[in-house]
Design a protein around this ligand. Structure first.
Ligand code: NDP
Length: 294
């Protein structure tokens, strides 16, 4: 059996189209233009690529995009002052501070300064706490994307066994909460977990968010399982150019899994699309409008 390839590129494009239609609706009916502010500190090449892509896609969805670039050596007080300005700006409904930040800045303090209503990355403890409590919250974009991708092949996750490998605040932990909300039975694994292969073999749904190239092997996968590969690892290719590799050994796993996401072209595509969803949701919530359909 060869797995169905979950085409993140197409699924993300469809999601962006639905967001754009809803943005047009709130503009027409409520004179509301959702706005996203992205703050980039320094010149990390990967972050530059993400920020550019966020800017282009925000504008393409009909939203306002505000970009703020600050030098590597910006003082923490200056960044906090910018966040306070964005918190107070009625044209801004979503604020995203691109991570990682330079070591001279305290990431926790910066994230905590964002108005939770505008926290479209879902990293503020207010949103993380609400998500953990099963309450409506702005959730981190990558885990949201993982759930949407899974549901394209398994519309109901009710009662399924899921394993999440990785427990970061950005991916693993919020993903566990979203899976619980979908009534899956969840195991969360990390660097201290024992016998990962055996834990994985019991899972109907496998989420790999580790940052280790091709760590999850084909013979760890239960036949027919859905495999969602969050990993983005930059490796030197044979031609000297960088190639992207996931946390799952794709060629092996696709022979066993029922469905699998490729890298690139899987989860990565969904993250920005879900950021647009969160910005639209934040704009509607701030304006006191009902939650949008997307
Ligand atoms: P972190 O480095 O913050 O977390 C990695 C997690 O993996 C940790 O919980 C760590 O465990 C666990 N881990 C490390 N080694 C092992 C091991 N040998 N066995 C089991 N678990 C292990 O990474 P992120 O969560 O931020 O990102 C994970 C991956 O996803 C990266 O490749 C990143 O590039 C990618 N990513 C992709 C995104 C997308 O849009 N597609 C968005 C965000 C991330 P412990 O806690 O014990 O240290």
């Amino acid at each position: 059996m060869t797995a169905t390839i979950i085409d993140g590129k197409t699924i993300a494009a469809e999601l962006r189209k639905r967001v754009a239609a809803d943005v047009a609706r709130v503009k027409r009916d409520h004179d509301l233009v959702p706005g996203l502010a992205v703050v980039l500190v320094g010149h990390d090449p990967a972050s530059e690529v993400y920020v550019r892509s966020k800017h282009t896609q925000t504008q393409a969805a009909g939203m306002a995009s505000f970009e703020h670039r600050l030098p590597d050596d910006v003082a923490q007080g200056e960044l906090l002052a910018l966040i306070a300005t964005l918190n107070a700006d009625p044209a801004v409904h979503g604020i995203l501070v691109q991570l990682p930040l330079p070591k001279s800045l305290d990431t926790e303090t910066i994230i905590n300064a964002i108005d939770p209503m505008k926290d479209v990355d879902g990293l503020h403890p207010h949103n993380a706490g609400r998500l953990a409590g099963g309450l409506p919250a702005l959730s981190p974009c990558t885990p949201l994307g993982c759930i949407i991708l899974t549901k394209t092949v398994r519309p109901s996750l009710d009662g399924l066994n899921a394993i999440v490998i990785g427990r970061s605040n950005l991916v693993g932990r919020p993903l566990v909460q979203l899976l619980l909300n979908e009534n899956a039975t969840v195991t969360i694994a990390h660097s201290r977990s024992r016998d990962l292969a055996r834990l994985c073999a019991q899972a109907d749904l496998v989420y790999a968010a580790v940052g280790r190239p091709e760590m999850v092997r084909g013979d760890w996968i239960k036949p027919g399982a859905v495999v969602i590969d969050v990993g983005i690892n930059r490796m030197p290719g044979d031609d000297g150019r960088t190639r992207l590799v996931g946390d799952v050994a794709f060629a092996e796993a696709r022979e066993v899994a029922g469905a699998i996401t490729p890298v690139p072209g899987g989860v990565g595509q969904m993250t920005v699309a879900c950021l647009l969803v969160n910005t639209l949701r934040a704009a509607c919530a701030i304006a006191g409008l009902p939650k949008p359909a997307v």
